[in-house]
Design a protein around this ligand. Sequence first.
Ligand SMILES: Cc1cc2nc3c(=O)[nH]c(=O)nc-3n(C[C@H](O)[C@H](O)[C@H](O)COP(=O)(O)O)c2cc1C
Length: 221
Amino acid sequence: MEMITNVSEYERLVKEKLPKMVYDYYASGAEDQWTLNENREAFSRILFNLPPHLVLENFAALDLGKMDKDVKWLQTITSLPILVKGVMTAEDTRIAIEYGAAGIIVSNHGARQLDYVPATISCLEEVVREAKGRLPVFLDGGVRRGTDVFKALALGAAGVFIGRPVLYSLAVDGEAGVRKVLQMLRDELELAMALSGCPSLRDITRAHVVTDGDRIRRARL
Ligand SMILES: Cc1cc2nc3c(=O)[nH]c(=O)nc-3n(C[C@H](O)[C@H](O)[C@H](O)COP(=O)(O)O)c2cc1C
């Protein structure tokens, strides 16, 4: 397994290893798989915007109607913090906060529900803006690179989750595979931070990335 150099390679290997029916169940999204592909494509459209002071030296270095009832019921049976997953809009963020969620996970359930809903990374800022720091906002969906983690943090995520890379690496190489996936993402994030002049997670800011929305706003000026 030493020859594996990035998270996506596990998908190629797992396709060879698993029965087709099992692989298709894990890997697929809904219908045309537009949202599944968009979860990845949207990350690739966000570009880095390196601050001007950087010099070469730096480089050396849901069913929403039920959400209220569900949260209230869960609060009666556990004292654990309750995170609401599947939030994609400001409105759902308001509801989640109103009903006492301890955190939010921006998610389209791995693009397996309604196809053509937006990519999670393109919904993150709307949710973060509405949350106003009152609770942590996490994200999943299409995170495959340390640079994806960096972009999500720059857009206000408190952290990210990954789904399929864990399933794939577990199927290919058991616990060692999962450890390797997490290590690769960590190493790639650290490299991205070093190359963009961020010594700590706190140094990753909104100014480090340019989104589609930024480009449209700039074109209008
Ligand atoms: C086979 C499979 C089954 C899933 N089942 C559920 C589910 O029952 N409920 C849910 O909220 N998300 C479900 N998800 C979505 C994951 O919890 C997670 O949000 C998603 O896989 C993250 O995206 P990623 O796989 O691109 O990293 C499922 C994902 C996969 C691959």
